[in-house]
Ligand binder design. Structure first.
Ligand SMILES: NC(=O)c1ccc[n+]([C@@H]2O[C@H](COP(=O)([O-])OP(=O)(O)OC[C@H]3O[C@@H](n4cnc5c(N)ncnc54)[C@H](O)[C@@H]3O)[C@@H](O)[C@H]2O)c1
Ligand SMILES: CC(C)[C@H](C(=O)O)[C@@H](O)C(=O)O
Ligand SMILES: [Mg+2]
Length: 349
């Protein structure tokens, strides 16, 4: 099976290298890797953040393991040349509309959570974020001058009912496979897109009478995630709200360096990446927590490669490595990126 490795920028290459080591040590079967440049690294090498050759490898591959993109050197470039366009382009071009972001507290990390340990212990949820629509991709957008000569920026938040229905189905199916509870998060008290979102989610719910559906406004959801996260099992939400809530959820389980993700199309094809970015502030220092990427690799084995047994072994090894006290700085420890990965490999047994 062909895996496209897209390390990207900043800490991306550091954490991808560790995930590849873990895949080998865990006995993942029949993997062939092909590495390609993406993001700021690709821009600097070839003038485009998502070169055609990279897109071609991503299309040919059975799964994609992605590090992170984002480079301060590129912040002043025109938007279409910025590194972040690469991940947005991959999601859109490959039709990866369903983004699964599980947040589960490893019991050993109760003290690393931003929440009180007794609250943090209850966290085992998944955020299902719509990934190819919303204000991220809506047209028109741009910068212009108003009649008064003022600079004005504008974006368009939009969803059509088919986009909402297909992500809602992923939410309901996921809820069926878990506790049977689904919370749809929107801003239907203000936004037309959210009113449609709520209507369509309710329509789809008719096909899932076993699922207990609730609705919550996103501002309240942000508050409830901190107040009583144990009430959530599956959250389904739009692209922008899901982006923000998942970074928040990561601190509830200890660190942004802990949250993996799967971005799926309607088949088994997927892109797997940590939810964090290129972290330029710690890049090149051996400080990055590799666990989000290692756990993303485990998701890849489970969802795209049919190797759930190996995925289970990796997740158990992460748990054991944490139990034995190994932690990177974001979790309050002093293990380097490589030492953290060594601990996971040792725990594979
Ligand atoms: N999918 C992606 O590629 C992706 C995701 C988010 C942000 N970005 C990009 O990354 C760049 C930096 O963005 P940002 O600073 O807002 O977010 P970030 O996630 O890169 O970093 C936020 C903070 O978390 C820390 N952090 C992140 N990952 C960590 C890890 N694995 N271990 C330890 N600490 C970690 C960083 O050091 C930083 O202090 C920007 O260019 C942004 O657009 C890319
Ligand atoms: C880099 C950026 C475009 C991206 C997003 O907003 O989707 C990131 O924050 C993420 O969460 O994957
Ligand atoms: Mg984000």
């Amino acid at each position: 099976m062909l895996i496209a490795l897209l390390p990207g920028d900043g800490i991306g290459p550091e954490v991808i290298a560790e995930a590849v080591r873990v895949l080998a040590a865990a006995g993942a079967r029949d993997l062939v890797f092909e590495t390609a440049e993406v993001g700021g690294a690709a821009y600097k090498a070839s003038g485009h953040p998502l070169p055609q050759a990279t897109l071609d490898v991503a299309r040919r591959a059975d799964a994609i393991l992605f590090g992170a993109v984002g480079d301060p050197d590129c912040d002043r470039l025109e938007r279409h040349l910025r590194p972040e366009q690469a991940i947005l382009g991959l999601r859109k071009e490959l039709g990866l509309f369903a983004n699964l972001r599980p947040a589960k507290l490893f019991p050993e990390l109760a003290d690393a959570s931003a929440l009180r340990p007794e609250i943090a212990r209850a966290i085992d949820l998944v955020i299902i974020r719509e990934l190819t629509g919303d204000v991220y991709f809506g047209q028109p957008r741009g910068l212009r001058k108003t009649d008064k000569g003022l600079r004005e920026g504008f974006d368009t938040m939009r969803y059509d009912e088919s986009e909402i229905a297909r992500i809602a189905k992923v939410g309901f199916e996921t809820a069926m496979a878990r506790s049977g509870r689904l919370c749809s998060v929107d801003k239907a008290n203000v936004l037309e897109t959210s009113q449609l979102w709520r209507d369509v989610v309710m329509e789809v719910s008719a096909d899932y009478p076993e699922v207990e559906l609730s609705h919550m406004y996103v501002d309240n959801a942000a508050m409830q995630l901190v107040r009583a996260p144990g009430q959530f099992d599956v959250i389904v939400t739009g692209n922008l709200f899901g982006d923000i809530l998942s970074d928040q959820a990561s601190m509830c389980v200890g660190s942004i360096g802990m949250l993996p993700s799967a971005s799926l199309d309607s088949s088994a094809k997927g892109l797997y990446e940590p939810i964090h970015g290129s972290a330029p502030d710690i890049a090149g220092q051996g400080k990055a927590n590799p666990l989000a990427t290692i756990l993303s690799a485990a998701m890849m084995l489970r969802y795209s490669l049919g190797q759930a047994d190996v995925a289970d072994r990796i997740e158990a090894a992460v748990s054991r490595a944490l139990e034995t006290g190994h932690r990177t700085a974001d979790l309050g420890g002093n293990a380097s990126t490589t030492a953290m990965c060594d601990a996971v490999i040792a725990a594979l047994g």
